[in-house]
Structures are given as structure tokens and as C-alpha cells.
Design a protein around this ligand. Sequence first.
Ligand SMILES: C[S@@+](CC[C@H](N)C(=O)[O-])C[C@H]1O[C@@H](n2cnc3c(N)ncnc32)[C@H](O)[C@@H]1O
Length: 484
Amino acid sequence: MKPRQEQEEDEERLRQRKLEESLEIKSLRRIISAYLNYPEAAEEDVKRYERSFRKLPPSHKGLLSHYPLKFQRLRRCISINSYFIFSMLQAFEPPLDMSQDIDDCGELHFERPPNDGNVCSHESTTARGSCSKLDEACCGEPSNVMSKLAEGLTAIEEMQIEGCHGSDAGSCLAGEENNKMAAECCGNHVSDSNGNVPSSPRDWLDPSFQLHVPLVDVDKVRCVIRNIVRDWAAEGQKERDQCYKPILEELNSLFPSLCNKSPPTCLVPGAGLGRLALEISCLGFVSQGNEFSYYMMICSSFILNQTQNAGEWTIYPWIHSNCNSLSDSDQLRPVSFPDIHPASAGITEGFSMCGGDFVEVYSDPSQVGVWDAVVTCFFIDTAHNIVEYIEIISRILKDGGVWINLGPLLYHFADMYGQEDEMSIELSLEDVKCVAFHYGFEVEKEKTIETTYTTNPRSMMQNRYFAAFWTMRKKSAAAEKHST
Ligand SMILES: C[S@@+](CC[C@H](N)C(=O)[O-])C[C@H]1O[C@@H](n2cnc3c(N)ncnc32)[C@H](O)[C@@H]1O
């Protein structure tokens, strides 16, 4: 029998794990509820537009006689977006028992922020001024990976790309058919014109499990929708050319003769919806994306694993803002995705997405000196402590490995009014470089790249970043010893 002290320690560890797990479940329930609340919240917006319209004097109404039709069209677009969201949730396998940890009123009480990541902090402000930095949080991953999150976010699990399973009828419909069914999708109920549901809904998708979530959570769903355009639609190609192309070209020139036998390894922390990590894999790297937002991971998992064809899905990403539109048809234009079929894109074996907080996962001793390249795109400013990020990047790179970065320094935890004790170290670019030098990096290439981030290309407002791009190489231990 174990000594008493050891027993007590075991019990304490078990208690801690249970607590962590319960917080994880709450977090995930809140995020799923945010997705499920999308149609309702969007409907509320349309109702608000209608109320304003009704207040107009008849002479003004007469000038805008097309408005009632626009409201109808908006509702149809919301239905189609909801259909995609619902299909994505149906394909999602929660790793935890979702029926736990809810109080009698269906409300959640959070001891800590939900694990939703800061999915939209680089995005232009929406009409409602949302997508704020207020609920910064952490981690996420679908299926097997999320089960590890509850165990402390240290293990690295891999999500391999698979073809569409085809198990959920309705989730792999081709464009037209997909839209037809979507037109019947309303609230949490998705049915075709005969009233058939595409597949039996999961218990945790039942409306009775849905929680009331703040609108700011639903805004994160809208941000994910904009990220779909950035990563997976033809309309996002320009932005991808600005952000991802210079990185891919740099990798290509730094690793000119990739051989299938021992491909180099590349890590993409803060991988978002996974396109850059996939493109790097297609170049011939063993590529791993790391991402901690459940919002992002649920969606990237669906696109990477469940899509059957290019152009399989249609969404209306720009309907949520009436501001800066050149025309209603611009605002209500459909966007189809994915622009490529991920499973046929030519990935290199070993491609994976790893769920969890970059700091927790890659601080693990098993990660030391593992990577030939680390690529950060719009990521380093997500840190509480950017020095820690740089230290970890240096530690996990092999001697002579490269760090390619592109992005601004819009620190996610800066200006967190009202949120006490949120650490935020906000360095200038000059200081970022000094810290990198301290951790053994030397600059090989440096330039500024003008780019947008999840911007509507047809909007009258286009926020532009003058993003820092660099390639730094980690000096070999011997070289470093020599230089000090
Ligand atoms: C601004 S987005 C950029 C996404 C993608 N790299 C791109 O360029 O589109 C930053 C991403 O980093 C993720 N993220 C933030 N902090 C993270 C952390 N500590 N560990 C892992 N991912 C993180 C966020 O959830 C978000 O998806």
C-alpha cells in the first residue's frame, strides 16, 4: 500500500485533472453554443435592420422599396451559412462527455475564459465594433487531440488528413444540392425540403443543450467564416499571395533539393485554418500546424478531413456588415470553398495539426532541436510574453534551422481594459530582434510586406498592415560559442 502522503498527492492530482476536464468541457460547450447561436444572432441583426426600416417615413421607404427583398435575401444567406456550420458540427467528434458540467439553468459559470483563442484580433473591426481582444484564451483540437487537452495540453497528437468519410449524409453534398438543402436550414434544425434531417443529430447538438453565450462569442464564429475566405477560397488568393507566398518562396529557396527519403520538418504555430501548413507540406516538408482555438480547429478539421471536392461548400461571408459596401450584390455575394481539395493537394506524409497552447506543447523536452524550420505568420504578437515565444522557437529548432516570420506587432493582450493581471509584453520590432539575437539567431533576410488580414476585398475600408518579414537562422552551438 502507498504511504499516506503519496495517496493524498494522487488524490490531489486526480482532483486537479477532473477540474481541468470540467473546465475543458465548459469551454467546448460554450464554443459549440456560439456556433449554434449563429443563426439566431444573425436573425436578430436582420430584425434590427427591419425595425429601422419601419421607422422611415413613407417617402423615404419608397426610395428603398428593394429593402424588404434584401432582408429576405439576407435570411437565405444566413440559412446557407448555418447549414455549413451545422454540417461541420455534425462531423465533429467531441472527445469529452458533453453532457457533464452544466447547471440547472443551462448557464455556464466560468472560472477562466473559454478555450477559444483570439481568432479575430487581426481583423478589421466589424460594423458592431466587435471581434475585440476581450476574451483571449487558449487551445483546442478536434477528436483525439482534444482528449489530450484535458490532460494538460502537453501531448502532441496528430490529425492526419483523410478523405471524406461520407458517413454524415449532407455534409459532403456538391454545391447546388448543398444550397438547396441549406435553404431549408433554420435555427438548429437542418432538413431537406421533405423535412428529412441529413443525419441523426448528436445529443449535444440538441437545442436543449444550447447555452446562452455573449454576442462576442458569436462574433468569433463570424471571424472564422472570414478566415475560411483567407485560407480556403479563391477570393482569398490575393491575401494568401501577400502572406503565404513569400514564406513558401523563402522555404523553397532555403531547402532547394527536398528529397522524399528524409524530408525536412517544419512547424507552423498559430496555424489558423491550416492552409499555410498544408502548402508547406505540399512543398515536401513534414509539416505540423499548431493551433489552440477550438473555433479554428473544429473548422480546419472539417475542411481538411471531410471535404470531398473543391467548391463543395458555399457561404456568404460578408453579409454581417452593411458598412462600406459598394452594392448589395457585393455584400450578398457567395463564396465557394475549398478552392482545392485538400486530400488531393499533394501533401507530404506526416502532415499533422497539433492542438494546444504553443508554449505548453513545445516547451516539452522532447521538442528540443526537432525542427528544421519554424514558420510564424500573424502569430508572434499573440503572446503574453513574446520573449518566451522566441526562446521556445530557438530551443525547438535544430542548429542551423530557420525561423521565417511574417506579421505585425498588434499585441493581442495589449489594452485589455478591465481584465486584471493579463500579462502582456509589448516589444518594438527593434527589441524583438535584440531578443532573437540573444537566443542565437542571426538575420538572413528582412523586409516589409504590405498586406491585409481577412479583409473583404470589395469593401470601401481596407486595413493594411506593413508586416515585418524575416528569415533568421539559429547559429550552431559552436558558431555561437565562437562569437561570444
Ligand atoms: C491572427 S491568427 C493567424 C492565423 C494564421 N497563421 C494566418 O496567418 O491566417 C493567430 C492564430 O494563432 C492562434 N493562437 C494564438 N495563441 C496561440 C497559442 N498560444 N498557441 C497556439 N495557437 C495560438 C489563434 O487561435 C489564431 O488562430
